[in-house]
Design a protein around this ligand. Structure first.
Ligand SMILES: [Zn+2]
Length: 307
């Protein structure tokens, strides 16, 4: 079978990305008859803390400039939570959240304090993780009137404690990790029963930092060629919904022209769970990705000596 499919996972990390990027993406999808899965960050937007690292972490300024973070994300986002107060995303972007759900997209929880989780998860106590994760689910339910059936960890960052807290909810699936097929995660001797569906493709904010892909034509050619079977592609409202919306629309049009179908993560989850006994269990571990700072979680680390 040669059918090629993409599930679009839309991560909403910031106030501006949610307020402006979500409606723009809803329009881009509506014009093409595409449904996607949106994951909302609903607490304080402290993304400006990333900027503070310029002054506290050696090499960060160089990385920030090379990754073009201010032009990708906008200066307001780059300063949010430091020089500017941290806006509460859920409270201030309810309309955008509801509009995405009303337009027929799947929705889930991305987190409460995205920056705090991403930076500190391994130093957070079980109670702190439960409070953060619980606040996001409560706010989601307040805004959309029903419990979330899926979540996606900020920065693809999870550990045994956070998986344990996720497991307490009756989720259909999570999408917390990078690379490989759906699996049941194993960590610190425990196997979890919530299906994990990884992101399989590199993200645009990563490939924009790859020197060999200079210019929109090279980016489009790369994404056009990288859909092999069923892929999960994460996009960021701050990037694909704002500064790179045109490029992203072009990538979608290339895929449509090639007959690529668009599916929801919940559809992939149901497919996998219909053959539950065939879903592998995989130990989670940390990995680095080209074009992305820090670590992400993966259940499918590259084979030693492999490409
Ligand atoms: Zn995110």
């Amino acid at each position: 079978m040669t059918s090629r499919r993409v599930a679009l996972k839309v991560d909403c990390d910031t106030f501006e990305g949610t307020r402006e990027g979500v409606p723009r993406l809803v329009d881009i999808f509506a014009a093409r008859g595409i449904r996607a899965t949106f994951f909302f960050t609903l607490g304080p937007d402290r993304s400006g803390l990333a900027v503070r690292r310029i002054f506290t972490r050696k090499g960060f300024l160089k990385k920030m400039i090379r990754s073009r973070a201010p032009s990708l994300y906008g200066w307001r986002t780059a300063l949010s939570g430091t020089l500017l107060p941290a806006p509460m995303i859920g409270a201030r972007c309810e309309d955008a959240v509801r509009a995405a759900a009303r337009a027929g997209h799947d929705t889930g929880v991305h987190g409460w304090d995205h920056v705090g989780w991403h930076d500190r998860l391994d130093r957070m106590t079980r109670d702190e993780i439960a409070r953060d994760y619980g606040a996001a689910h409560a706010e989601y339910q307040r805004i959309l009137g029903a419990p979330a059936r899926a979540s996606a960890a900020p920065g693809w960052t999870v550990n045994a404690r956070s998986l344990e807290i996720q497991e307490e909810r009756a989720l259909l699936h999570t999408s917390d990790t990078r690379g490989g097929e759906p699996f049941f995660p194993r960590a610190e001797g425990r196997t979890f029963r919530t299906l994990e569906i990884p992101t399989t493709l590199p993200t645009l904010d990563e490939t924009l930092a790859w020197p060999e892909l200079a210019g929109d034509a090279a980016q489009r050619a790369f994404f056009r060629g990288c859909v092999r079977g069923t892929e999960v592609h994460t996009i960021h409202t701050e990037v694909e919904g704002r500064s790179k919306a045109e490029l992203f629309a072009g990538i979608l049009d290339d895929w449509r022209e090639d007959g690529v179908a668009f599916v929801l993560l919940s559809e992939l989850a149901r497919e996998a769970l219909a053959r539950r006994d065939r879903v592998p269990e995989r130990e989670i571990t940390k990995a680095t990705l080209r074009g992305r700072g820090g670590f992400v979680t993966t259940g499918w680390p590259p084979e030693p000596g492999g490409a």
